[in-house]
Design a protein around this ligand. Structure first.
Ligand code: DGY
Length: 309
């Protein structure tokens, strides 16, 4: 019988179904060290997520591991190099969440520009009868810079066309697709943009890509929208730029050390803070689960995964 090590809980429905079909070791419910000492040799497959990842040191403790099956598109928390060195298959759940994450990114952009969350707080605090809000920024017709034009970035660009926005993007190299304005220089893209949306992968290649120079170029009227990974932004620089007014605003779904959100961000009125909910809709989570199952079953039947990273 296949032995699956599940690193953290996914949906209740998934947890139950997995346990009904397989021998499952639930690492988060156990003394992890003791469990790995006792059962590590017998583990065939790890089931994890973008959040729980899979480190090289864990892989080392599973000498018979054959596959890491992950829930989520991002795999920056999985040591793919360590897995490859041992020919361990790694899968994620791409594409099925593109539209959902793009919806959120665009919603965050509008929220940040039009101060919707701030206005909501204002009404709930009973401030409407006695005061006013500062005027917001318009969205339609503005300039949108996308950092990381992959499938999610393309979906954001599609939404922007409905708002008559001009769109340019920065990648390491230009890509074929519906967006033509390639900008090699990220600072230049930030200078040109009213809104800079991050949809690039996390990991070492993009760590602190958005530094003070980029934030200053985006400027006191510019807004940063991050649905990628917290590691892409130099978070202390972001906090400083917002405090100094060198950056106009930000909408963040991801942070450097989740679930920690810097206190300074909490105190700022021009920042929208979300708890990493890019893919968190019923429809999308179900589609991600189905793709995870398809990867797991295909691996068990044929020794390969459908969506390898
Ligand atoms: C992903 O799939 O990588 C998301 O960030 C998780 O919500």
């Amino acid at each position: 019988m296949t032995c699956i090590l599940q690193l953290g809980p996914l949906t209740d429905r998934f947890n139950r179904a997995l346990a009904a079909e397989h021998e499952v070791l639930r690492l988060w419910e156990a003394d992890a060290d003791a469990m790995l000492d006792q059962h590590g040799n017998g583990v065939d497959i790890v089931v994890t997520s973008a959040r729980f990842g899979c480190t090289a040191s864990l892989i080392d403790r599973l000498p018979n591991l054959r596959a890491i099956i992950s829930f989520g598109v991002g795999y920056d928390a999985i040591d793919v190099a360590a897995a490859r060195a041992r020919q361990i298959a790694v899968s994620n759940t791409p594409d099925v969440l593109n539209e959902c994450v793009a919806d959120l990114a665009f919603g965050m952009l509008i929220d940040c520009a039009r101060q919707m969350s701030r206005a909501d707080r204002f009404v709930r605090a009973g401030e409407w009868p006695s005061g006013g809000l500062p005027l917001a920024s318009r969205v339609s017709g503005k300039r949108l810079g996308i950092v990381g034009l992959g499938r999610i970035g393309e979906a954001v660009a599609k939404r922007a066309s409905g708002f008559d926005m001009q769109v340019r993007y920065h990648n390491r190299r230009p890509v074929e697709g519906s967006v033509h304005g390639y900008e090699r220089d990220l600072v230049e893209l930030a200078r040109w943009s009213d809104f800079l949306v991050l949809t690039c992968p996390g990991g070492e290649s993009t760590r602190n890509l958005i530094d003070m120079a980029v934030l200053e170029a985006l400027g006191p009227k510019g807004m940063l929208i991050n649905v990628a990974r917290g590691s892409v932004v130099d978070e202390p620089a972001l906090v400083q730029a917002l405090l100094d007014g060198r950056l106009g605003g930000a909408a963040l779904d991801v942070y450097a050390h989740e679930p920690h959100v810097p206190d300074a961000l909490m105190a700022l009125p021009n920042v929208v803070l979300l708890p990493h909910i890019g893919s968190a809709t019923e429809e999308t989570r179900l589609a991600m689960e189905e793709l995870l199952w398809a990867n797991l079953r295909t691996f068990l039947e044929r020794g390969e995964v459908l969506t390898a990273v």
